[in-house]
Design a protein around this ligand. Structure first.
Ligand SMILES: Cc1cc2nc3c(=O)[nH]c(=O)nc-3n(C[C@H](O)[C@H](O)[C@H](O)COP(=O)(O)O)c2cc1C
Length: 388
């Protein structure tokens, strides 16, 4: 039997990932002043122990005002990078590659943590200490009625933003990250420039597709220049807005051609989010692997490597995605929250690895646990408790 592709390595520039499983970026809304703490360590460390080849942090804001909520990670100062160093180092000890997602929330900044409503910050939040702040955007168009109207970014704001992405890139390198993902999806700042729904500018950062793509490409170019040549760069897109008159898959293909030319290595194919109702709200049905047709098309038409994401539930399903040429990598989000050892569990169930592949602190015991459980299950009375 040939080894499932899911558990074969892949090399991107100077980085070899031991398998195709990447932990998707997942905001924890648990940072104070943007600084990583014990929660972030525990959250990310267990995915590396769990067998994933790469672990992405949640979106880290390149500017303080670029956070979605008060609880987001940031990387706008050296202290932020310093706070991430322990978890970066730990992930590496497990043979996994630590990656950081760099982003700016744009008009979707100043939001409530999901469990406080997932809408714009208001008076009730302020009473709790979560004060709203002024948000920036491509144009002065709010996400929806009742949301903050962003201040349209000036040429100077844009120049500063690109500088901040570059500074964040240097800090990410200093912290030891092995790859960067730029967050160009879900209606946050970069994507809000891409989409005609949120970008009505008439200057060089707006208008036709080339104008709307300019900010994304400028940032990708500047980050690529500042990021070591041997380290890969990922870019997450919203493949479609899913709204009439919005960003379409053909636009994504055009963008990815340009990103490839700049030296982006992987396109992480998400979708939607440029409207109210949650980070990735949309009218599209969300079935198993619902976004994989996008990653397949982008991969086929541009020749760039892609990462598929979204309701990819188990190893066999992930394998089908890879075998069908839909992507080169598989990002796992909520399944990993449910089972941080997802990669090890799937590899075991697919007959690829034994417990020797697990951290040795666990593997030795799990081998013996399995024998004990087998003996219990083989005995018809094995599950009966002894008389007491
Ligand atoms: C708790 C949580 C936080 C998320 N935060 C981010 C984020 O910081 N950046 C991002 O691009 N996507 C974020 N997402 C989206 C995930 O990366 C992923 O695309 C989505 O959950 C679909 O994959 P899944 O079905 O495997 O969970 C988040 C998702 C969850 C569940």
């Amino acid at each position: 039997m040939t080894k499932p592709m899911l558990f074969t390595p892949i090399t991107l520039r100077g980085l070899t990932l031991k398998n195709r499983v990447v932990i998707a970026p997942m905001c924890q809304y648990s940072a104070i002043d943007g600084l990583a703490n014990d929660w972030h360590f525990a959250h990310l460390a267990k995915f590396a122990m769990g067998g994933a080849a790469a672990v992405l942090t949640e979106a880290a804001a390149v500017q303080e005002r670029g956070r979605i909520t008060h609880g987001d990670l940031g990387i706008w100062s050296d202290a932020h990078a310093e706070a991430l160093k322990p978890v970066v180092a730990f992930i590496r000890t497990q043979g996994a590659a630590p990656g950081i997602q760099l982003g700016h929330a744009g008009r979707k900044a100043s939001m409530q943590r999901p469990w406080f409503g997932n809408g714009p910050l208001g008076a009730e939040d302020e009473a709790r200490g979560d004060t709203p702040w002024t948000v920036n955007g491509a144009s002065a168009i709010p996400l929806a009625e009742g949301w903050l109207t962003p201040v349209e970014m000036t040429a100077r704001d844009i120049a500063k933003l690109v500088e901040n992405f570059v500074a964040a890139t240097r800090r990410s390198n200093a912290a030891g990250f092995e790859f960067i993902e730029l967050h160009g999806a879900h209606g946050y700042l970069i994507q809000s420039f891409l989409s005609p729904l949120s970008n009505r500018r008439t200057d060089k950062w707006g208008g036709d597709l080339a104008g709307r793509m300019k900010l994304a490409l400028d940032i990708a170019w500047a980050v690529r220049e500042a990021w070591p040549k041997e380290k890969p760069l990922f870019f997450r897109i919203s493949s479609i807005d899913g709204i009439e008159g919005g960003w379409e898959i053909e636009d994504s293909v055009a963008l990815c051609h340009e990103l490839k030319r700049i030296g982006v290595d992987v396109i992480d194919c998400s979708s939607m989010g440029n409207s109210a109702g949650g980070a990735t709200a949309n009218p599209m049905a969300r079935g198993a692997g619902f976004q994989t047709p996008f990653s397949k098309r982008i991969r086929a038409e541009t020749g760039i490597a892609t990462q598929a994401v979204g309701l990819i539930l188990d190893g066999p399903m992930a394998e089908e995605v890879l075998q069908d040429g839909r992507s080169d990598l598989i990002a796992i989000g909520r399944e990993a929250l449910y089972d941080p050892f997802w990669a090890h569990h799937q590899a075991r169930e697919m007959g690829v690895e034994g417990y020797d592949a697990w951290p040795e602190q666990y593997g030795w015991w799990l081998e013996r646990r399995e024998g004990a459980i087998r003996r219990i299950n083989e005995n018809p009375d094995g599950r009966k408790l002894p008389a007491a």
